[in-house]
Write a protein that binds this ligand. Sequence first.
Ligand code: GDP
Length: 298
Amino acid sequence: SAPSAAGGLVGRLFGRAPERAEEPRRALDDAMLEELEDMLVQADLGVETALRVSANIAEGRMGRRVSSTELKELLAGEIARIMTPVARPMPLYPKTPQVVLVVGVNGSGKTTTIGKLASQFKAAGKKVVIAAGDTFRAAAVEQLQVWGKRADVPVMVAAQGSDPASLAFDAMTRAEADGADLLLIDTAGRLQNRQDLMEELAKIVRVIRKKDPSAPHNTLLVLDATTGQNALSQVETFRKLADVSGLVMTKLDGTARGGVLVALADRFGLPIHAIGVGEQIDDLDAFDANDFARALVG
Ligand code: GDP
């Protein structure tokens, strides 16, 4: 279920000769390096990361003749090296309820991800409560209720347009009273008015901290992997709005190009807690650096 659209990345540098008994080889020279850099940029790694990865591959190997298989292995190794430190599941803390604030632009997959997370944690024996903190979007609240039913997890809602912070406070009270292990809080994702959103998120955090100074324990930023380089600016934006502790990358199924994950890991080093690989409740996987690297290289 790992991304594959960038597959054949390396193959394209060599051309195809399936009938030949021996694999074609090419000298690792400036021309080839430049092609490699271009391919990596096209695969969404971003210029900076593409240059660094290419330089690491070239180091000590210039002029050497390499086969497609060798180059694939080198490239997969470089990518896995960047991705391994960020491939970390969301940490679970002894303090309960563990408060997980979920942020991201509308459409990134927040609601869906919360539903999937609730289902996974429930299956792992955790007691989960969801708070529908995007109180302005009626559709988001309804969707979250649908996911809550699917996951068999209670969803706290408030009247449309009411204060998300007071909902968060009520949800904390409920989660504590229920002896819940986890409270997943959805938030608004309208970036049109950043000042409003920043104040809204800050107020939610302030109110939660009145109940538990150590909360929120996680602030997950949900990013749509198909938005390519946009994901980078979304991280920059949301890090100013909230204390982002980890990422969930959605829509890595189908034709999604996953190259931007390498750029994200290289630039920010934020843990990738999970990847969304479809629209169904079980379509949330742990992020595996080696599988990812192999799939990306093709
Ligand atoms: P929100 O506005 O951030 O809450 O986003 P939603 O959770 O409503 O998701 C927006 C759209 O993306 C919906 O149509 C979801 O079914 C879809 N979606 C979410 N996650 C994934 C995923 O991992 N893969 C695919 N293919 N679609 C997804």
